[in-house]
Design a protein around this ligand. Structure first.
Ligand SMILES: [Fe+2]
Length: 324
């Protein structure tokens, strides 16, 4: 097995000559160490079976979901054959378009995710890749005044906020889905539970910094995001070949889907490893949840007035098909 750092970047490594379906403990240990160090691992043309992807993911922790193809812009049958392209106005397609903005997975759930895994099945000729950004080096390179400013600040996270803010999409609240009406408060600065390295937890789901005025909070989050992507050395864009597997540490990086012609097929299999205690905010039944719920309701009311110029013009999808 070879682990080669990505050239000209501050993070990322490429893994080749790996026996993925029969991974030795030594090789697994090396991959785990490399993940913590490099932040993401790319396995070119690995063609992993679902079983192997799931088994690999489970070595890192419990799975949030396993080998689902929800990231396709088409109806996909059990043989992974692509069917009808989704309507751009459908809730699923709105979610897929939303994934093209920088984010950290599942920060809008009680536990944000530990790691993400994508493997490519069908990729359009142009676009459709995944971009990753290193929020550890972003934090490390903030000036001291900004570090001091963000040290004790937190932001709420909600997928309803990000859909409204980025796209003018206002899905109805549906308990049990990702549109649950809750917002989870998370520190802007995360201390990695395994490495102790600090990173920024920001991205599209983050809003409403307690203690700051709305405009001030929005400005700060934008400033931090701009800083993360201001250095090419901490942004990597992966253009998939079929069979590629990408695995990243959600506690150290942000990512986004690179846009493509949404009438062309794209099927990417996603597996996600659930966060543990360090990724936990609170449960909806906890009293702490009430302020988040209220902050979200207020924010959405403001965005209703402000987002009629966005892609979905402050509307709700005609199709209610919601995936987790
Ligand atoms: Fe994602």
């Amino acid at each position: 097995m070879r682990i080669t750092p990505v050239e000209n970047k501050l993070f990322g490594a490429v893994v080749t000559e790996v026996n993925f379906s029969n991974l030795s403990n030594n090789d697994f240990d090396a991959l785990q160490a490399a993940l913590l160090d490099y932040g993401f691992l790319a396995f070119p043309e690995l063609f992993p079976s679902d079983e192997d992807s799931i088994a690999f993911g489970k070595r890192f922790g419990n799975l949030e979901f396993a080998a689902t193809s929800v990231l396709s812009n088409q109806e996909v049958d059990e043989n992974r054959s692509a069917g009808q392209v989704l309507d751009m106005d459908s809730q699923r397609m709105r979610m897929i378009v939303g994934n093209s903005f920088w984010h950290t997975d599942s920060t809008y759930q009680p536990h944000s995710a530990k790691c993400g895994m994508l493997s490519a099945v069908v990729i359009p000729e142009q676009g459709g890749g995944t971009a990753l950004a290193d929020t550890r080096s972003a934090y490390a390179t903030l000036d001291q005044a900004t570090k001091d400013r963000v040290e004790n600040l937190s932001a709420y996270h909600s997928n309803q906020y990000s859909q409204a803010n980025d796209l003018g999409d206002f899905p109805d609240i549906q308990p049990g889905t990702i549109y649950h009406g809750e917002a989870y408060l998370r520190p802007l600065v995360k201390v990695h539970p395994e490495t102790g390295v600090k990173s920024l937890i920001i991205g599209r789901h983050a809003f409403g910094i307690p203690g700051l005025a709305r405009d001030e909070g929005r400005e700060l989050l934008q400033l931090l995001l701009d800083h993360v992507v201001s250095d090419e050395a901490r942004v990597y864009e992966h253009s998939y070949q079929p069979g590629d597997l990408l695995f990243w540490d959600n506690r150290a990086l942000m990512h986004r889907a690179l846009p493509y012609d949404y009438t062309k097929p794209r099927i990417v299999i996603a597996t996600r490893i659930a966060g543990d205690e360090s990724e936990f905010a609170y449960n909806p039944s906890d009293t702490a949840a009430q302020t988040g719920r209220e902050a979200l309701a207020n924010e959405l009311a403001a965005l209703r007035e402000e987002t009629s110029d966005r892609q979905y013009q402050a509307t709700t999808a005609s199709s209610k098909a919601v995936v987790l």
